[in-house]
Design a binder for this molecule. Structure first.
Ligand code: ARG
Length: 271
């Protein structure tokens, strides 16, 4: 996680230089926005989070039916800092960014990788986590044991790889094995069952979430070699610069005062 620290300190320095003055200008200047709802929220007083709760430890549903995880806690901290009530909207990952446009949500935190393609339709915050993608496979499958990343990539030709619609893993899977060998799922839970039942050989997913997904499934294992390098960010509706500034301000404060690291630590991840 050294890289993460380097990124975070760099990011913090840049954010303090860039965001703080913008925020101050935003606060001090006269605004034409509605005074009751200056951040363009769907419902004034609420922060509606769109997430896909099949991605532990970032977001999942616990036995009591509650939404729990790192992203839920980060969103709660952001809502708290902005004096808003957090409302969680759970949906398929393929719909989370769309929900910003259709007025169903204000913010997305869903272990979402910041990509150029996604930037075309939403505004991303500063990154808050670095995550390479790894393979998950059946415990009986030991053909990748001892291989490095290049050897694993070469060994993926012709293998059946699962991916969730709209996720970066889908593009990675196609690059690894070709579109005809990629099977698309709507969620991670169904995809795990498919590996267990021998319908697919592998899935590709963020390293931390992969460990979260196999934790309760003794039939699955993580192939612990990162094949990609990705950064997670929160997203807001494109052009909602007021909310973006506020969220970046809160996130950078949480990075500097240790609150973000505490949230990760509470879920077993040391930054
Ligand atoms: N990081 C990947 C992406 O952005 C996967 C995210 C999956 N998140 C989830 N909540 N299921 O495409």
């Amino acid at each position: 996680m050294k890289n993460f620290k380097k990124i975070m300190f760099g990011v913090c320095a840049v954010m303090i230089m860039l965001v703080t003055p913008l925020f101050l200008v935003g606060c001090g200047g006269s605004s034409s926005d509605d005074d009751d709802n200056p951040w363009g929220l769907v419902n004034a007083g609420q922060l509606i989070l769109a997430t896909s709760a099949d991605f532990p430890p970032f977001q999942s549903i616990n036995d009591a039916g509650e939404y729990v995880g790192i992203d839920i806690d980060i969103a709660a901290a952001i809502a708290d800092a902005l004096g808003l009530e957090l409302v969680v909207q759970n949906m398929d990952f393929a719909g989370v960014l769309l929900s910003l446009h259709t007025g169903q949500s204000d913010i997305v935190l869903s272990g979402m990788t910041i990509t150029e393609a996604r930037r075309a339709g939403a505004d991303f915050t500063i990154p808050y986590f670095n995550s390479g993608q790894v393979l998950i496979t059946h415990v009986n499958n030991n053909r990748l044991d001892g291989m490095n990343a290049d050897q694993i990539r070469a060994a993926m030709a012709g293998q059946r790889i699962g991916a969730v619609a709209g996720q970066t893993g889908y593009d990675h899977a196609i690059a690894l094995t070709g579109a005809s060998n990629v099977q698309v799922f709507t969620d991670n839970i169904t995809m795990m069952t498919a590996i267990q039942n021998g319908i697919i050989d592998y899935s590709i997913q963020g390293a931390v979430a992969s460990h979260g997904l196999v934790a309760n499934n003794p039939n699955l294992q993580v192939v612990n070699v990162a094949l990609t390098d990705e950064q997670y960010g929160a997203a807001v509706r494109q052009g909602n610069t007021e909310l973006l500034w506020q969220v970046n301000r809160v996130l950078s404060t949480m990075m500097l005062n240790g609150e973000l690291a505490d949230i990760f630590a509470n879920h077993g991840i040391s930054l």
